[in-house]
Design a protein around this ligand. Structure first.
Ligand SMILES: Cc1ncc(COP(=O)(O)O)c(C=O)c1O
Length: 410
C-alpha cells in the first residue's frame, strides 16, 4: 500500500498474518485494508479523484523507472482509494491480492483473456450468468479459443471435455439462477489431475459464506456490484488470488483498461463496511423466505441451497456458512399469472440485479432472456414461470406479507 509520510510516498507492507488471526469477517469488513488517519488525519479513505500523479523531479522519475521506488504513476495503473478497497477484499477473501474492475463482466472477460491465447481451450458449465456463457461460447472462439460447456454437476462430462489444450476450469457457485453448487472437492481433483487453472465466480457465495480459494480455486471472481457493494448503487468487479496470478490480470488491465473509477471504489469501500451485518440478515431472510414460499399456493418449486429439498444441499452445507439472499422459484401459472403476481408486489421492486439492501424480483424469461428464442431459453431451463427473488435486508415479515398479498392476486 502506498501512503504519504512527510513529503514522500512510501510503500508499506500489510500486516496480513496478524490481522487474519485476530479479526473475524464482520470486523475485517470494517477495518480490513483501512489506513485510518493516513491521509490528512482522515478516518475514512478519501476519493483520490485524479487521472495522474505528479513526479516532483527527474530523480523521482529515475527511481520509479528503476524500481527503486514504488508509487502511483497514472490512474489506469491504480489509485489509492481502489487499493484500500482491494486490500480489504483480499483480507475478506483470504487471498494474497485483489484487483478491481469497473464491472463484474470486465473482471470475468479480462481474467479469461489474460490467461488464454489462441489455440487454448476452457471448460465451463451450462448453469451460469448469461453474459458469461455468451462471452465463453461466442466471443472467445472469435480469437481462436475453444470452450466446452458441460451440464452443471456432471463431473464425468467435465473431465471428458478436458483435452491437452485445456487451460481453465470455470464455474459459478452458487449458480445464477438455479443456485446449484459446484462441488469444490471434485473440481479440485479434476484441476490437479490435468494441471488446470480453477476459476470460481463466487458472486452469489460472497466471502462471508464461502472461500473457494481454501478448496483449491486459483482465482475467485465477484461481481462486486452485488453483495459486496450491497446498495444497488455501483458497478464493480473483483479478481482475487495469489500475487502472481493477480499480477498477470493487472498487467492485462493496464493495457486494455476496465479500471474501477475512484468514486465507485469509495462507494464500494463504504458498502463493504456493513458487509458482515448485511450478510447475516440476507442469510436469515433468504432462509425465511425460501421456507415461506415452500408453503404457498401457485409456487411449484423453490430453489434455495439451504433447503434440504435442493439438489445440492449436501455440498452447500459442506462448503458454505450461510446460503445468501437469492431464492429462485417456479410458479404454476402461465406468463400472465406471473405478471399479475409481479404487479401485485409493493415492497419487492421489479428489477434485475441482486445482493443489495432492497428486495428485487425478476422473471428471467421476460427480461434477461427476452432476446433469445423461447426454445433456446427453455433448453437453458429458463421457463415462463421462473422467478428470481433477491431478498433484501428488510423485516422478513414485511417481505413475506408482500409476497402473500401478490400471490393472492394471481
Ligand atoms: C454470477 C455473476 N457473475 C458476473 C456478473 C456480471 O457482473 P456485472 O453486472 O457487475 O458486470 C453477474 C451479473 O449479474 C453475475 O450474476
Amino acid at each position: 500500500m502506498l501512503f504519504y509520510e512527510g513529503d514522500d510516498w512510501m510503500i508499506r507492507e500489510r500486516k496480513d498474518s496478524m490481522k487474519k488471526k485476530i479479526m473475524n469477517k464482520v470486523t475485517t469488513a470494517v477495518h480490513g485494508g483501512e489506513k485510518f488517519g493516513e491521509w490528512a488525519d482522515s478516518l475514512t479513505t478519501p476519493i483520490f479523484q485524479t487521472s495522474t500523479y505528479v513526479f516532483k523531479n527527474s530523480e523521482e522519475i529515475r527511481k520509479f523507472a528503476s524500481g527503486a521506488r514504488e508509487r502511483y504513476e497514472y490512474a489506469r495503473y491504480g489509485n489509492p482509494t481502489q487499493r484500500v478497497a482491494e486490500e480489504k477484499l483480499a483480507e475478506l477473501e483470504g487471498t494474497e491480492d485483489c484487483l478491481l474492475f469497473d464491472s463484474g463482466m470486465s473482471a470475468v472477460s479480462s481474467t479469461l483473456l489474460a490467461f488464454l491465447s489462441s489455440g487454448d481451450h476452457m471448460v465451463t458449465v451450462d448453469d451460469a450468468y448469461k453474459k458469461t456463457l455468451h462471452f465463453c461460447s461466442n466471443v472467445l472462439p472469435r480469437f481462436g479459443i475453444g470452450c466446452s460447456v458441460v451440464p452443471m454437476g456432471d463431473y464425468a462430462a467435465m473431465e471428458e471435455a478436458v483435452s491437452g489444450k485445456t487451460k481453465i476450469l470455470y464455474s459459478e457457485s452458487p449458480t445464477n439462477p438455479y443456485l446449484n453448487i459446484a462441488d469444490f472437492e471434485k473440481l479440485r481433483e479434476i484441476k490437479e489431475r490435468h494441471g488446470l487453472l480453477l476459476i470460481i465466480d463466487s458472486t452469489f457465495g460472497t466471502p462471508y459464506n464461502q472461500h473457494p480459494a481454501d478448496w483449491g480455486a486459483d482465482i475467485v471472481i465477484h461481481s462486486a456490484t452485488k453483495y459486496l457493494g450491497g446498495h444497488n448503487d455501483l458497478l464493480a468487479g473483483a479478481v482475487l488470488g495469489g500475487k502472481e496470478a493477480v499480477k498477470k490480470v493487472r498487467d492485462y488491465q493496464g493495457t486494455v483498461g476496465g479500471i474501477i473509477e475512484p468514486h465507485a471504489a469509495y462507494l464500494l469501500l463504504r458498502g463493504i463496511k456493513t458487509f458482515g451485518l448485511r450478510m447475516e440478515r440476507h442469510n436469515s431472510n433468504g432462509m425465511a423466505v425460501a421456507r415461506f414460499l415452500s408453503t404457498c399456493p401457485h409456487i411449484k418449486r423453490v430453489y434455495y441451497p439451504g433447503l434440504e429439498s435442493h439438489r445440492d444441499h449436501a455440498p452447500a452445507a459442506r462448503q458454505m456458512k450461510g446460503f445468501g439472499g437469492v431464492v429462485t422459484f417456479e410458479m404454476d401459472t402461465d406468463i400472465e399469472g406471473v405478471y399479475r403476481f409481479l404487479d401485485g408486489l409493493k415492497l419487492c421492486k421489479i428489477a434485475p440485479s441482486l445482493g443489495g439492501v432492497e428486495s428485487l424480483i425478476t422473471n428471467p424469461a421476460s427480461l434477461s432472456y427476452s432476446d433469445v428464442s423461447r426454445e433456446e431459453r427453455l433448453a437453458l431451463g429458463i421457463t415462463d414461470g421462473l422467478v428470481r427473488l433477491s431478498v433484501g435486508i428488510e423485516d422478513p415479515e414485511d417481505i413475506t406479507a408482500d409476497l402473500k398479498n401478490a400471490i393472492d392476486r394471481i
